[in-house]
Ligand binder design. Structure first.
Ligand code: ADP
Ligand code: MG
Length: 697
């Protein structure tokens, strides 16, 4: 039996259990052994029977003086009684509904029993204790008399069952090869893999168990980092076009702005522009909270690149956002006579240098031709379109907005399009822990916009109960009267069979209700992903111009949309959205000097949900929220890393900065000596495996 052996070939795992385990994603011996316990119970301390007291947890060891099926009352209920004795005394035992015990345990057997001491009229007794026959050595014990593993149980797979099966598999397992190189193991005090697996499931001490887990976490991180760093090395060995920094152009740009850049923006822009000067590809993440002004920094980078004669592609996550960037970045760059193109599913346009404030419709073929011939300085569009179709004559920079899962693979795709590899600038409002930045993000350089532009007021956030709905509507009416605009977010577009049953608010119904009943005198617009593209565009245009007062929308406006005049964000069914998502919604308002509000509507009265939503009122920025989310839901859920194919136990270690740094150091050193991993065939195979399995996209 080895790690690759399938469960169907493991004795005692029949078809029923195979199916149950499959639900836990366990199909091989490897999966089974890497299903680590969620905790341990220490049954290694034996309590003398004389010391037992009511209510006490115990593990006793003694001889069974009696065991018998006592009587069966109430039809199906069975009762087994017993008496156990050690050197210090004896105590009664009662088992309910475990009639099989009389066949497995016999009078005279030496046993371990554990549970809680209870009392009846006749005094204390052991009620329904867990039992296991004593053995000659602790090693032979599985459930009691030692530290035992406790697994996350699901229906039909108990810890007790898992313990027995894992133990028998461990006994039958052939030697596992060590993949960590000797020089890395030196000074680490890690147990060999097989011993580590034993210690994780059946530890001699909790410390040994932890050390063994660390071993595998380290190994997993080490493999991931070997893969990522070797990809990065490949990229770094390719040249990127150096973009000279023209400070005169940059100061002209900043002078034309209607505002002053914040210090953080200046610093971030400086880091980006200095990076671009290098003949190797920049790999930089620009991190800044919602509304901190990342777009203008990106525009400066694009300007610099254009002035050096290269092209920039700017990818946005949604079509609405592409349109917006096209307008705003186009306007920012208009004094510099650049050609800016927009490439989306519905309309392809460009701003020609002669028409700074107006755009003209062009055919897609023409725009693509211009891109290929290097005649358009900047192309803005959604990921999908740009990745598939566009060929650039002279690509210098790729900017990715709000899509932190873009990585190595996508860049590799762009690679074959040009002899030089473009620089990469990724914009995100999602705070990424340093550990993640070092691992899954592959060693990105980080620029931080740590402040919001001056004059922004804190957004007042409130959880609104159903009975306060009316009040909220009158508040909205007042805001609109004062000249402001409002977003209303609903979880669904329209009622479908499933969503109908769940009583979810829908865009269509709310639009109907708000425009006809609640605000008949106001202009209420509607926006969702199923509308034709031209219609969507028209709605956004009207909203931007202030012709629509209230926009009822799905999450299509979640990221990036910039309507500085909007001051109210009302979210229906707020409990259906994650904290990070709600924070993004909230970021749609408070983007200018107006006092802004975020109302979280929920029908739920569950205290868990309410306290999660209230967290949003107390956490003022994305960083605080991300930390909260991390605590509430774990690493994977908040960054979307669950889909990356990194094993769960390694995932939890991604928050362990020390371990991540150690693994990174080790991977770096090894690659310096042997970039192709010629001397390490096992590691090489593993890296190959990761190349095809990790979904870093
Ligand atoms: P995000 O970082 O969320 O992408 P944007 O780049 O969309 O933010 O900027 C949000 C708004 O703030 C825009 O309307 C932008 O013009 C404005 N803005 C950006 N920088 C400043 C600044 N330094 N002072 C005032 N307003 C700014
Ligand atoms: Mg943005």
């Amino acid at each position: 039996m080895n790690l690759a052996t399938l469960l169907s070939q493991v004795p005692r795992v029949g078809p029923v259990y195979q199916k149950r385990l499959k639900n836990l994603r366990i199909t091989s011996v490897r999966d089974l052994l890497f299903y680590f316990p969620r905790g341990y119970e220490d049954f290694s301390n034996i309590t003398p029977i004389v010391n037992l007291k009511e209510g006490m947890s115990f593990c006793v060891r003694g001889k069974l003086l009696e065991i018998q099926e006592a009587r069966t009352f109430r039809k199906r209920m069975s009762l087994t009684t017993g008496l156990v004795e050690d050197k210090t005394g004896a105590v009664r035992i009662l088992w309910f509904n475990q009639p099989y015990l009389v066949t497995s345990l016999k009078q005279g057997d030496e046993v371990y029993l554990a549970g809680k001491v209870v009392r009846d009229k006749q005094g204390i007794f052991l009620g329904n204790p867990v039992q296991e026959k004593a053995q000659n050595s602790t090693f032979e014990l599985t459930h009691l008399g030692r530290i035992v593993p406790v697994y996350a149980e699901t229906s039909g797979v108990s810890s007790r069952w898992l313990r027995s099966i894992i133990k028998s598999v461990l006994v039958q397992l052939e030697g596992i090869l060590e993949t960590l190189p000797q020089e890395i193991l030196k000074g680490k005090n890690f147990p060999a893999p097989q011993k580590a697996l034993w210690q994780i499931h059946f530890p001699d001490s909790i410390k040994e168990a932890e050390n063994s887990r660390n071993r595998f976490a380290f190994e997993e991180l080490f493999h991931i980092l070997l893969f990522i760093l070797s990809e990065r090395k490949k990229i770094a060995s390719i040249k990127a076009p150096p973009i000279p920094l023209d400070t005169a152009v940059m100061s002209r740009f900043t002078k034309k702005l209607s505002f002053q850049l914040t210090d953080s923006q200046k610093k971030a822009a400086w880091q980006v522009l200095k990076d671009l000067e290098q003949p190797r590809p920049m790999n930089r993440l620009l991190e800044g909270d919602v509304g901190s002004g990342k777009t203008v920094v990106a525009a400066m980078a694009a300007l610099s690149v254009a002035k050096a004669g290269y092209q920039t592609v700017f990818m946005a996550p949604t079509e609405i956002l592409s349109q917006q960037h096209f307008k705003s970045v186009g306007a920012l760059l208009s004094p510099f006579k650049l050609t800016v193109g927009l490439l989306t599913g519905s309309s392809d346009r460009f701003i020609s240098p002669k028409l700074p404030n107006d755009s003209i419709e062009v055919s897609r073929t023409k725009l693509l031709k211009m891109a290929l011939e290097g005649k358009v300085n900047l192309i803005i569009g959604t990921h999908a379109l740009i990745q598939e179709k566009v060929r650039f004559g002279n690509l210098g920079l790729v900017i990715i907005d709000e899509q932190h899962r873009f990585g190595i693979k996508q860049r590799a795709k762009l690679l074959h399009r040009s002899t030089l590899i473009p620089h990469l600038l990724s914009l995100t409002a999602t705070p990424i822990p340093r550990t993640l930045a070092l691992t899954v993000y592959g060693d990105l350089d980080l620029s931080l916009i740590a402040e919001l532009p001056k004059g922004r007021k804190e957004i007042i956030t409130k959880v609104v109960a159903p009975e306060e709905r009316k009040q909220t509507y009158s508040f909205i009416a007042k805001e609109v009267k004062a000249g402001r605009q409002v977003f209303v977010i609903c979880p669904r577009i329209e009622k479908t069979e499933e969503s109908g049953a769940l009583e979810m608010k829908t865009v269509k119904e709310e639009h109907e209700k708000l425009s006809k009943e609640i605000f008949p005198k106001l202009n209420v617009g509607m926006l969702h992903g199923k509308m034709p593209k031209t219609e969507k565009e028209e709605v956004m245009r009207k909203f931007r111009m202030g012709k629509i007062h209230i926009l009822v929308s799905t999450s299509v406006v979640e990221v990036g949309v910039d309507i500085p005049n909007a001051s109210v964000m009302l979210i229906e069914g707020a409990e259906r959205f994650g904290l990070a998502q709600l924070h993004q919604f909230r970021g749609r308002v408070g983007r200018a000097e107006h006092q802004s509000y975020c109302f979280l509507l929920t029908e739920s009265s569950s205290s868990g949900i309410l306290s999660r939503l209230r967290a949003l009122s107390s956490a003022k920025n994305g960083f605080e929220l991300a930390e909260l989310d991390l605590k509430l839901r774990g690493v994977g859920s908040f960054t979307g890393t669950k889909q990356w194919g990194v094993p769960d136990f390694a995932m939890t270690q991604l928050t362990n900065l020390k371990l991540v740094e150690e693994a990174r150091e080790a991977a770096k050193n090894l690659l310096e000596k042997d970039i192709a991993l010629k001397k390490y065939p096992l590691l090489k195979a593993r890296v190959q495996e990761l190349r095809s399995n990790l979904h870093l996209e």
